[in-house]
Write a protein that binds this ligand. Sequence first.
Ligand code: SF4
Length: 393
Amino acid sequence: MPPQTRGTALRHRLAELRGPDVPAKALDARALAALAANPGCRRRAILDGAGVDKTALAGALGAPSAFGQSQFALTRGNAFEAKVKADGGAELLRLVREHLDPGAEPATRAAAVPDLSAIGPEGRTARTALALREAAQATEPAEDGEGGEGGESSQGGRGGGWVLLDHPMLALEVAGSPAFLEPDAVVVHPDGSWTVVEIKSFPMLDGSADPAKVGAAARQAAVYVLALEEVAARLDPAPRVRHDVLLVCPKDFSNLPTASAVDVRKQRAVTARQLARLTRVQDIADALPEGTCFAPDLPAEQLTAAVEAVPATYAPECLSACELAFHCRQRSRAADEVTTLGRAVRAELGGLATVEDVLSAARGESGDAADPAVAALRRAAALRAEALGVPCP
Ligand code: SF4
């Protein structure tokens, strides 16, 4: 089948899965980032690929998600972001320079903050691309080839000064349609390189923050890096998109901003791989029974059957990354799967997928004694019996 016909057929199939007259839910950076949190989940891949509203689906399944931020957290986050960007972004640019580009000249004069307002996401995306192009043109090329990937910026060729793009809009093509993404900020360094800035309201205590939250922020920033790289690739010469992003958080329990550079190379690679796989949602769709539909207005039993028709790989990490987590956790627990105990436990247990398999192997009723996981379980059972003074199972 010619690629164009195949693309049309896939779009048609995905629309069927979403349900008649159900509009596709646009993917945002958070949704794209969550793909990297559970790269093996086919259920999530097809639901996201088809543009299914997972929040509505979870509600219709009777397991509404407790996902998202409270109004209080949103208000506090917005107030903190406004403080960080006050005075033309002076403090933000100071943090970028201190953590990522100490060799650059300080932003002594007011940095350029281009107006990015336009009508609609497409207009804002075009306006952002224009601002980035203008910033690139204002930058003289670096001398002596310095300032390459991963290195510090060159001291030469700093003709452009600092530029702060406040809430730019970027587009990334996902499964054939554009996803519009809005980073908190993108900074153009005097050497012409670009940095993604993420501003979060969780605290950084003694210089470090909750690793789970930093991980989620890094995955989100990696999506922005990928989208920025697409803009950079259209310019000649292509500006360098830095793979160290700047994470700005409140310092300790105060409202003062502090920051840390986060290397997102790994998250970027995982997300890029996931997005490439999303374009092959055709394979997952082909494996589904005829008539499968995820429209939230269908009866719960029909929806449950549709969702269960796609294999999932539940892990506790889903709770902070996917709207279907409560439903998948319920099913995973009901099936007695060891994955509900965490990926690390699952990995340790090798081929033993359920709690019953594990207990049976520990009792010596099943499993290969040469399997290191089975041997360790039997040893643990013997030690437990010895400690408790009960017969060995
Ligand atoms: S919650 Fe379910 S659908 Fe979402 S990523 Fe986890 S296993 Fe997949």
